[in-house]
Design a protein around this ligand. Sequence first.
Ligand SMILES: O=C(O)CCC(=O)C(=O)O
Length: 338
Amino acid sequence: MEVERVQAVASLLSHATQDTIPTEFIRPEKEQPAITTFRGPVPEIPTIDLSDPDEENIVRSVAKASKEWGIFQVVNHGIPTDVISNLQAAGRHFFELPQEEKEVYAKPTSGEGIKEGYGTQLQKDLEGKKSWGDHLFHRIWPTSKLNYQFWPKNPPSYREANEMYAKYVREVADKLFRSLSLGLGLEGHVMKDGAGGEEIEHMMKINYYPPCPRPDLALGVVAHTDFSAITILVPNDVPGLQVLKDERWIDAKYIPNALIIHIGDQIEVLSNGIYKSVLHRSTVDKGKTRMSWPVFLEPPGEFVVGPLPQLVSEENPPKYKAKKFKDYAYCKLNKLPQ
Ligand SMILES: O=C(O)CCC(=O)C(=O)O
């Protein structure tokens, strides 16, 4: 099946004399960024220094941000700048390849769930609308689950750049899981174990949002919370991530070298609703290509996630069902009740 890539649509439109986009990309008014973005003074998404020698400070800040925001940025996280810039350069080079070279890595069209490979959101959503972006998905950890056929061979640095990032991102993930556990008075290993322990799958997504003639009308990714336990995201320097805070869509500030941490649905479930998964979306830019590299930390499909027994009691009954991650993902993808 031929899929029209947004990058190809954008490239055709870049030669047009008028600023228009095909109607299937025009979001309904209740979603349009120009109408729904809050422009007044707003509090900023918390920023946490992971190199703080006082661990209690980090734990307090991570727990507070995860309860009140479901998102925060981390600085001094220990991932060397060149590891991040090599990851970005490799992803950028892939998307700059001729279309037919990218199509070699296209997602298989059959099968269920989130599939690895190069893609574009295929179905129109419930409103019949499309998002302004293409992406590449593949696991980067654990090594037993890697499908290298979805890792671009070009640029040649792609594999090493991703393997190196995978090594460092796991260290950040471990710190975050530990803080999330300690922040609820639990032993440091509990949250990670509850999300799949050493079997946790690290799914890399590269989002590519080409310049859009009408960024006021389109969205790169529509509002959603992540299926994951935690998402660790590297942005490029073109801002666009927005989060819903107190019923208002607000912009995430670009902080050079920071990572953006999203609390996903599985941490909300494990914490029985104490930590909140964050509703977010991404906008696009008129003149510049925005890119982002989220890594979704997900339980293996057969792994059952439910509220931690330590956090439920007669007075505080479970707010979520315990279920296999693959069943959770199936319901969410198909918009079925959990
Ligand atoms: O590009 C971004 O900043 C957000 C990406 C995102 O939410 C997603 O890919 O699920």
